[in-house]
Structure formats: structure tokens, C-alpha cells
Design a protein around this ligand. Sequence first.
Ligand code: SF4
Length: 338
Amino acid sequence: MKPNPHIQFAVLELTYHCNLFCPGCYVSASNKFKSPELRNIIPILSTLNSLDVENVLLCGGEPTTHPQFREIVEECKKYNFSICLSTNGVFNTNMAEFIGRSFRELDISLRSINEKDFSTMAGKNGAYHLMLSNMILLSQLGLKININYDLNMLNFQDVYDSMVLLKNNNVRINKVWLQRHSATGRGKDAVPLKLGHLSLDNYINVLNQANRIEKDLKIKCRFLDPIPLCLVPKQFHKMILSDSFGFDWIIINPDGRVRIFAMDTNEDICSILDTQFKSIWETDPSLLEYRSLEWIQDPNCIRCKFLSRCKSGFITSSPNAKYDYLLAENQHYPFIAS
Ligand code: SF4
């Protein structure tokens, strides 16, 4: 694959603080990172701007809990990139109105449309109604809402019905992003529900629902984690996006450090504030090797025409297969290429 070091999309983690306690959150339980002050964020934004980054996604933790969230958003508006927000949707009306004035589009994580399951997956009672009423309010304020639906054993059969329910509540859904709900980070040792790993059949069930969401509800639906393309019917290939972290996406932690793998909060390669950043990003040996895909060993994958898209089904958002792989163990490796 031709390396493409130009960064199109930057994910900026403003804080690891959160008002929920989701068992599948990748964020570390350690308090290693303090929420940076605005004066520390300004140089990061300025650097991203100088690198011609096109899109910046503000995320967390829960970014709206950052004490200077509003000032940060106002600062972002001074630059050339477009900004988007990734949030759990659990905030007060005042914040919802600020978001309504400041963004045109945002991503909201949906754990479940079932109130009881939502409380289990969010680790907090009462959050469900706040999230839903905010989705409705933000829709009335004209925002386009992308739903981030984290799949697990409790909710994977409810994707289609969830979108119908949201639509019936006049939530203005723009896109649906599907991704696995992985028990990593702060919740990996305290998972209060049987997350398990979905089987290939479960994922095909989800893809069928995604197809119905596109056909019946006219909402674009994409699967953000790579599924080996040779394992799913061709009609679903266009719905499966492969990870781009380390290629033209970067993720930046609250200290300004950049990592290859989105969900491994312990490993980073350099600081975005380093004067050598651009050169490191373009020439770092670990990144070059990673982008080359020469580490892929499976002979079927090596000669496969889908390799650059599929990357052997490797979950590039996390290198840690011990806690975090897509398919049930007996279906993980080796893949059977057709
Ligand atoms: S790259 Fe490998 S896993 Fe992906 S479709 Fe090709 S053979 Fe299957």
C-alpha cells in the first residue's frame, strides 16, 4: 500500500474524565492524564492547522466535562479545519444549547435503546432519559446526529429497532457507525455484564440489519471495525470500513502525544508539539513498517486483492488481541480466504 502520511483526520482527546462508567470504555482507569488547560491545547490546534488537517474530532472521556470545553470549542472555530464532537449525550440543557449553536453535526454513543441495558452498559442509572431527550433537543436545533452503536452480546440484535425508535422520536439521524464494544481500559477487570465476543453469524446478523437501515430508513450505515472481507457476503463489503489510524488518521492524547493504535493508551510514538513531528510522522520506522503491511503473514492475504482495504481483518485500533479481537476465539485466526 502506498503510504499516505498526510493527516486528514485527527481525534483529539480533551480529557479522560467522564460522567459515565461504561465497562467497555478503552480509556485507562489510571489518573495518569490530567485534563489539559486551554493554553496547552492552543498549540496542538495550531499545529494541526499548519499540517492542513481537514477534520478534528473532539472526544474524551466525555469532552463536555472538560472545565474549559466552551472556550476550547470557540478556539477551534478560529482554524481552517472542520470540527465535530463525539459525546455520550449526557449533559444539561444549557450544554445542549451551546452544542446546538456551535456544531452542525455530532457523534453520540448509543449503548442500548433498552433503558435497563443502557444503565448497565453506561454504569449509571438515569443517564438514558437525559441522552434521549438531548438527542431530541439537538435534532430540533437542527443538528445532524451520527449514532455510534457499540455492539455487544446484549444489544447486537437491536440495531434496527433502535434506529426505528429514535426516528419515531424525531431524532434526526445522519449516519450510523457500528463498532465492537471492547472490554479494555478502565472496565476490563470489572465487566458487570457478559460482553463476550460476537460470532461471525452475529456480525452477519448485524450487517443484515444495517442493510435494512439503509434500505428502509434511508440512513447510511457503516461498520467501523475491520471484518475479514472473505468471511462475509460480497453485498456487505461496501459497509465495512477499515481502520486508518497510523495512515491518514491520528489520535492525540490529553498530553499531546500521538499513537498508532487508537485504543492502546499506553503506547505513543511522539508529541504533536515536537518540532520534528512532521518528519517523525513521515519517516518513523515503526510507522513505515506498519503502513507497508509487510507484517501480514497469511499467504492468502498477501495475494488477496482486498488486502489494502481489509488489512487481513486486523483490528488496527488495538494491537492487543488478548483483550480485544473481533470474532469469537475459534473464528479469529487463521482466516479462510475464498
Ligand atoms: S486480506 Fe485476508 S482476511 Fe482480508 S479478505 Fe483477503 S484473504 Fe480475507
